[in-house]
Write a protein that binds this ligand. Structure first.
Ligand code: PLP
Length: 483
């Protein structure tokens, strides 16, 4: 045997300490970095060699490029003033778990190919279920992202329709059967449409249900749509309700929606990708009211639970349907334990799987239920406080309720009375704010109005950051309104 061309153990230790130092420096210095990089498209690619190195390079060279070229091109999701979209921040416990997961480098497709990852996944998902107060009979599986969790739920819902056998025949082989229809609110995430594309339902198979003035699905409109579709020969098969919509974090009335899906015998999937985690906080538990009736439910620990991306969890009470939809076991994958254990490959598209349960386990243990409650509760408190500042300021107009920690608003300008002018003004204001490098906010459109969105759910976001954010917004507003 020749010399191992990977690092020897003393180099590994030296380099390892160096990287831990590096990460520590990075995390402690985050606040001094611009949250949004000031790079132009193509700049990063052009700064690096266009061909791979012929000769081995050492970590001095690699770290130098990391510092000079990569860091200035990173959008710092861990930054305390990253308040755009929905946060995904990584805690130290999550970082260490990722490191170990790469070191183990297991593929948990079968129980046998890593009993620890399989059983830790089963255990930690039971913990998560308990933390969120979800029903006992929910069974969970980890996927990468909510889009994928929802896709699996919708394909299971399709499998659940009697008499179709689309898994076997494909849509082309299904004769004289009504077209399938799926329902979600106008505010539902685009992953619902993407899932419909993938499941062969097609975009025409997705019917968007109107929302009320708080951006919640109107159950009577859902009922009407289902009745109308049935009359016109469609087969309603699935409703997706959202807890914490992407624009405003509105919460669909799941109890009322569940009454309809139960009556109609339709699969109910709940998308709680971002907001679901807030149910760890006892006084927020009620956001999940009605979810006990769901057939499937998605939540992303990588969003508000301080676990590095990616980890999404799908819970379902129809585990056997999910399995029926996806299981295909070739001879080489059969094991002696198949009857006693979970082989997660049976419940989805992917065969191989990363050891993601490790980071869920580390983070829950590191913070404990109490630690998580404290962090999330504080985010909600900070957001409610900021909401009050916005409400008290006559130059600002809030555009949606704030059930959690996301605030939607725009600013007013005496020079414009119409939406068109205000839309441009607010868009310019947002660009100014984001160009400052001190704060990153995102936007949406609500009832034709350009809306600025602030979300407070980052691990490192404290009162002073929210205060600074508010001062910056107000300052940029005053500059812009006077130019
Ligand atoms: C974030 C989010 C998604 C998409 O999540 P990914 O994990 O990025 O696929 C879907 N729905 C809602 C409500 C979300 O907040």
């Amino acid at each position: 045997m020749g010399k191992n061309i990977d690092m020897d153990s003393s180099d590994f230790l030296k380099t390892g300490y160096r990287f831990i130092d590096w990460i520590n420096g990075y995390l402690t210095n985050l606040e001094n970095l611009p949250v949004l990089p000031g790079v132009k498209p193509g700049e990063i690619k052009r700064s690096l060699p266009q061909s791979p190195p012929e000769q081995p390079e050492n970590f001095d060279q690699i770290i130098s490029d990391l510092n000079e070229i990569i860091v200035p091109g990173v959008t710092h999701w861990n930054h305390p003033k990253f308040m755009a979209y929905f946060n995904s921040t990584s805690s130290s416990a999550g970082i260490f778990a990722e490191l170990l997961s790469a070191a183990f480098n297991t593929n948990g497709m079968l129980w046998k190919t890593n009993p620890a990852s399989t059983e830790l996944e089963e255990l930690t998902l039971n913990w998560l279920k308990e933390l969120l107060g979800l029903p006992e009979d929910f069974w969970g599986i980890i996927y990468d992202l909510a889009s994928n969790s929802t896709m699996h739920a919708i394909i299971a819902a399709r499998e659940n329709v009697e008499g179709y056998s689309i898994r076997e025949k494909g849509f082309g082989g299904v004769k004289n059967m009504p077209r399938l229809r799926l329902y979600a609110s106008e505010q539902a995430h685009s992953s619902v449409d993407k899932s419909a594309i993938l499941a062969g339902i097609g975009l025409e198979g997705v019917r968007k249900i109107p929302v009320d003035d708080q951006f919640k699905m109107i159950p009577s409109e859902l009922e009407k749509a289902i009745a109308e579709d049935k009359k016109n020969g469609w087969l309603p098969f699935c409703v997706v309700a959202t807890i914490g919509t992407t624009s405003t974090t509105s919460i669909d009335p799941v109890n009322e929606i569940a009454e309809i899906t139960q009556k109609e015998n339709i699969w109910l999937h709940v998308d709680a990708a971002h907001a679901g985690i807030a149910a760890i906080v006892p006084e927020m538990r009620n956001i999940l009211n009605g979810c006990e009736h769901a057939d499937s439910f998605v939540v992303n620990p990588h969003k508000w639970m301080f676990i590095p991306i990616d980890i999404s969890v799908l819970f379902t009470r129809k585990k056997e349907v999910l399995k029926q939809a996806f299981s295909l076991v070739h001879e080489y994958l059969k094991t002696d334990e198949d009857d006693e254990v979970t082989n997660f490959m049976d419940y989805g598209i992917q065969l191989g799987r990363r050891f993601r349960a490790l980071k869920l386990w580390f983070v829950i243990r590191y913070f404990g239920r109490e630690g998580l409650i404290k962090l999330i509760r504080e985010h909600i408190r900070l957001a409610q406080e900021l909401k009050n500042h916005i409400d008290e300021n006559p130059n600002f107009e809030r555009l949606a309720p704030v059930p959690l920690s996301t605030i939607c608003f725009r600013t007013l300008n005496p020079n414009f009375s119409d939406d068109e002018g205000l839309n441009k003004f607010n868009k310019d204001l947002l660009a100014k704010i984001n160009d400052s490098g001190e704060l990153f906010l995102s936007h949406t459109i609500l009832n034709g109005k350009f809306t600025i969105r602030i979300t407070i759910s980052g691990l490192r976001t404290e009162q002073r950051h929210v205060q600074e954010a508010w001062e910056l917004i107000d300052k940029e507003y005053k500059i812009l309104v006077n130019t």
